[in-house]
Design a protein around this ligand. Structure first.
Ligand SMILES: *Cc1c(COP(=O)(O)O)cnc(C)c1O
Length: 396
């Protein structure tokens, strides 16, 4: 990876280091093990989408998140797309989706041609508000209206959603749950009905991302997980151009070239073997921020009993009554060499989805207007983190 100054526009690309001297928001942590496995993949001649690293990465990933099957994909977006197809989503259907998330959550719904309805977050978890979901499903049943084919629940920033409640509501209505766990590898529940379960593994299908800025990276990549053998086989089929095995170039439906390469899987396996190291680093960084920023007036990320967040990105909200707002705070931090960044614009405010219905919306707008992510690369030194907290504190 280049450590020289970035080209214009690249500074905010996923995993980018930013201008020289700034403390980066989040950058990949690539070491000797990664080098060794990628080199091994190159030297083995298996560089493409079949190879021992792909199968080993899938096997170990499934084991780590407690899923029966894992199917590696070219991107997290592709994993979500296939996940929707596995649930039978077509252009005749509708999907409910978290409103406050990265656009990669919803673009795959658009690929299927299905309609989307957005559901706002709750302030407790920053994720989908179960009360809004329940009210809408109950209202539709009472009105004799059609239910969505699936509910796509996102676990943003490494924070688990209240999936126990969401799942119970969806089960009562017979609606499938797809988890977008792109940002929550390593996050789980330690209390309630889902105690011991990993995010992404609870719904019928889960999707993860290994993009450059995520907690573990393959350069670009994703994973589909499921406990359903038939869905797993279908995922494998759809991601490999719907090729029928052992028959000369027979493709029995429209498929996708969505498989992960063996080269990328080598990188991914090394990252997976170091996941506990990354998660502990994120926890330590979050704990230090929690202590250092407790008296600043900032709203700190959720810390809920029974929820084991990874704090993949450590994000705070500017005080509600501070007239200076997020942009001034961001400017202040950026001028101090701190690679802080705003949170996402909710999906109902994105031009391609502006016409889609949204249930609620004010919470996501608050998170967007007041949210700032602070540097939390796994290699962030305590000295650099002190520079960040000093810069934050000097604003208040
Ligand atoms: C990163 C991300 C995606 C898309 O993953 P890619 O690997 O970048 O395609 C989808 N949803 C969320 C919430 C993400 O953060």
């Amino acid at each position: 990876m280049s450590t020289t100054g970035p080209v214009a526009g690249e500074a905010h690309a996923p995993g980018a280091r930013g201008p020289a001297g700034t403390i980066p928001l989040a950058v990949p942590n690539i070491g000797e093990l990664e080098r060794r496995y990628v080199l091994e993949a190159v030297e083995s001649g298996f560089v493409s989408s079949v190879g021992p690293f792909v199968s080993e990465f899938e096997r170990r990933f499934a084991e780590r998140v407690g899923a029966r099957y894992a199917i590696a994909c070219a991107t997290g977006t592709a994993a979500i797309h296939i996940g929707l197809l596995l649930l039978g989503v077509t252009s005749e259907d509708e999907v409910f989706c978290s409103d406050f998330t990265f656009v990669g959550s919803v673009n795959p719904i658009a690929y299927t041609g299905a309609k989307v309805t957005f559901i706002d977050s709750e302030l407790r978890t920053w994720n989908m508000d179960p009360a809004l979901l329940e009210a809408e499903l109950d209202r539709r049943v009472a009105a004799g209206e059609r239910l969505p084919k699936a509910v796509e629940v996102v676990h943003v920033l490494g924070q688990p959603a209240d999936l126990e409640t969401i799942l119970a509501i969806c089960e009562r209505h017979g609606v499938a749950v797809l988890e977008d766990a792109a940002e929550s590898l390593g996050a789980s529940w330690s209390g309630g009905a889902l105690a011991g379960r990993h995010t992404g593994q609870v719904g019928r299908v889960g999707a993860f991302s290994f993009n450059g800025n995520k907690i573990a990276t393959t350069g670009g990549g994703g994973m589909i997980v499921t406990d359903d053998e038939e869905l797993a086989a279908r995922a494998r089929h759809l991601t490999t151009q719907a090729k029928v095995p052992d028959v000369g170039y027979l493709h029995d439906e429209v498929g996708y070239n969505y498989r992960l390469t063996n080269l990328a899987a080598g990188l991914g396996l090394a990252q997976l073997e170091r996941l506990e190291e990354f998660v502990s680093a994120k926890h330590a960084i979050a704990a230090r921020y929690d202590t250092e920023l407790a008296d600043t007036g900032l709203v700190l990320p959720p810390r809920l009993p029974g929820y084991d967040a990874t704090y993949w990105l450590y994000s705070v909200l500017t005080p509600e009554d501070d007239p200076r707002g997020r942009d001034e705070f961001l400017d202040h931090l950026n001028r101090a060499g701190v690679g802080a960044r705003a949170l996402w614009r909710p999906l109902h405010m994105q031009p391609p989805f502006a016409a889609a219905p949204v249930l609620g919306g004010r919470v996501g707008e608050q998170l967007f207007h007041r949210g700032v992510s602070l540097p939390c690369a796994t290699e962030l030194s305590e000295a650099d983190q002190q520079r960040v907290t000093d810069a934050v504190r000097s604003f208040f």
